[in-house]
Design a protein around this ligand. Structure first.
Ligand code: NDP
Length: 446
């Protein structure tokens, strides 16, 4: 794949890239089926991605008619990289064997290794015979909604498709690699004003936050809404905050250190809670929640913005959901897409039904939503939140940092790109948007 990297760097045309032979194997970050029980008996926090993620060569898959092979210049760590690598809440090999039973093409995914990764930016080097809108040489970013469009259930909102999967988590041949296999309907045009690593870090978290807050499938935030955001400089939160400020909402962000408070202030958020300093104890023991602590959080929000949140942007799960349901305003919406701290949730249902609140479930984004979210990045209206990059060889360390919450925003990974800053084709737009805004998380991150 180095030959492709050099050709791309030298500005090779699509025809020239199409003429280069695709290697029989390529470098990828993998977890291994025969290691999927290696952490049994350990606490989650002690399960170490540096032990379970290996960077090694894997065979290049055959290309199906509706797919593309992309030379990956850069990728990013997502929290699902952590889930894959600690084999929680389930090992991903079950997903691969189910996909393997589905069709002849699906069988390619069922391997004793899983090439992981659900974000990427790069250049198309091959397309299948049925691909119409993309060709070798196209510079792309990849969104992770993997859908078989011959399934009728995929044709309203494709996130409702019965065979909907997350690429690189529930499929093989993911983005933390020098090459990746994707459906053509996962491709989006790469924003020209961003480098490879800045472009690669957005699609998964940005599209998810877009659906949760802006899309008609989510909370449908409107001007003036108070939006309470957990993890406000994390992967999801860093985009959520931008959607709220862009859309005329009033963000209240929660973070866990003075450095993160400063970063959030620089994103334009004045109403900030440092949860560590406030030391909320929503759970008095493993089985009991303390309503007086929910009330304390509610008072803190009212002290900051004078009212209760119309929308609560929820993803920590078990630790916070009771409080999230409680602090949400009468008639408001708790929109949830995850449960980092535990998926068996407890909340007091009286606070939900008596005050006519709604819990809205959300999961990634359909192609339209991912396209629209990418368009906002491409217009410079939403900024990447890249805080640091690691080489592919160090992806285990990168995943460890995300697992232990030692990061801000997104953690990038250089694949075929040798260094940061490559791949910018629209320097004029970059200048108009402003270097300071594009690199905020790298400048102010810890
Ligand atoms: P990050 O780790 O980048 O950010 C999450 C932030 O949440 C952390 O930075 C932390 O911020 C805060 N947080 C973590 N644990 C707690 C807790 N117990 N209580 C309060 N706050 C907490 O992760 P992402 O934002 O990328 O993802 C968050 C979750 O969403 C993950 O579980 C991920 O798998 C899931 N997800 C789901 C998607 C979907 O499509 N369904 C898409 C993307 C992510 P701080 O310490 O500053 O408060």
């Amino acid at each position: 794949m180095r030959v492709f990297a050099e050709a791309i760097r030298a500005g090779a045309s699509g025809a020239e890239l199409a003429a280069l032979p695709v290697p029989e194997s390529y470098r990828a970050a993998v977890v291994l089926a025969d290691e999927q029980t290696m952490f049994d008996g350990l606490a989650s926090a002690d399960k170490d991605p540096r032990r379970s993620i290996h960077v090694r060569d894997v065979p290049t898959p055959e290309l199906a008619p509706d797919e593309a092979l992309v030379a990956v210049m850069a990728s990013a760590v997502n929290f699902n990289t952590v889930w894959s690598s600690i084999f929680e809440p389930v090992s991903t090999f079950g997903f691969l064997s189910r996909l393997g039973r589905e069709s002849v093409w699906g069988a390619r995914h069922d391997r004793p290794w899983h090439a992981i990764g659900s974000d990427g930016a790069g250049v198309v080097i091959r397309v299948g015979s049925a691909v119409r809108n993309w060709k070798p040489g196209d510079r792309v970013v990849i969104h992770c909604n993997h859908v078989d469009d011959q399934d009728p259930s995929a044709h309203d909102d494709s996130m409702l498709a019965t065979n909907q999967r997350i690429w690189g988590y529930e499929t093989n041949y993911g983005g933390l690699a020098d090459l990746t296999l994707v459906k053509a309907n996962q491709l989006l045009p790469k924003p020209g004003h961003l480098s490879w690593e800045e472009a690669a870090c957005n699609a998964l978290c940005n599209s998810t936050s877009y659906r949760m807050l802006v899309s008609r499938n989510g909370a449908q935030m409107k001007q003036g809404d108070v939006v309470f955001i957990w993890g406000a400089v994390g992967g999801l939160g860093g985009y959520a905050v931008q959607y709220v400020t862009n859309g005329g909402g009033i963000p209240v962000g929660v973070v866990s250190s003075p450095e993160k408070v400063k970063l959030l202030n620089s994103l334009g958020v004045e109403a900030v809670i440092d949860r560590r300093a406030a030391d909320y104890r929503f759970w008095s023991d493993e089985h009991t929640q303390d309503e007086s602590e929910w009330r304390r959080l509610g008072r803190d929000i009212r002290d900051l913005v004078g009212e209760d949140p119309h929308i609560v942007f929820e993803h920590p799960g078990r630790q916070t959901m009771g409080a999230s349901v409680f602090v949400c305003a009468r008639g408001g919406t708790i929109v949830t897409c995850a449960a980092t701290s535990g998926y068996l949730i407890e909340y007091d249902n009286r606070h939900l039904w008596m005050k006519l609140k709604t819990i809205r479930a959300s999961h990634f984004a359909n192609y339209r939503e991912a396209w629209d979210a990418n368009r906002l990045i491409a217009k410079g209206m939403i900024q990447p939140i890249l805080s640091v990059t690691h080489p592919l060889a160090a992806v285990g360390e990168a995943a460890w940092q995300v697992h232990r919450n030692l990061h801000e925003g997104k953690v990038g990974v250089l694949c075929l790109a040798d260094r940061e800053g490559e791949g910018i084709t629209d320097p004029a737009l970059r200048q108009r948007v402003g270097e300071d805004r594009i690199t905020l998380f790298r400048r102010l991150g810890a």
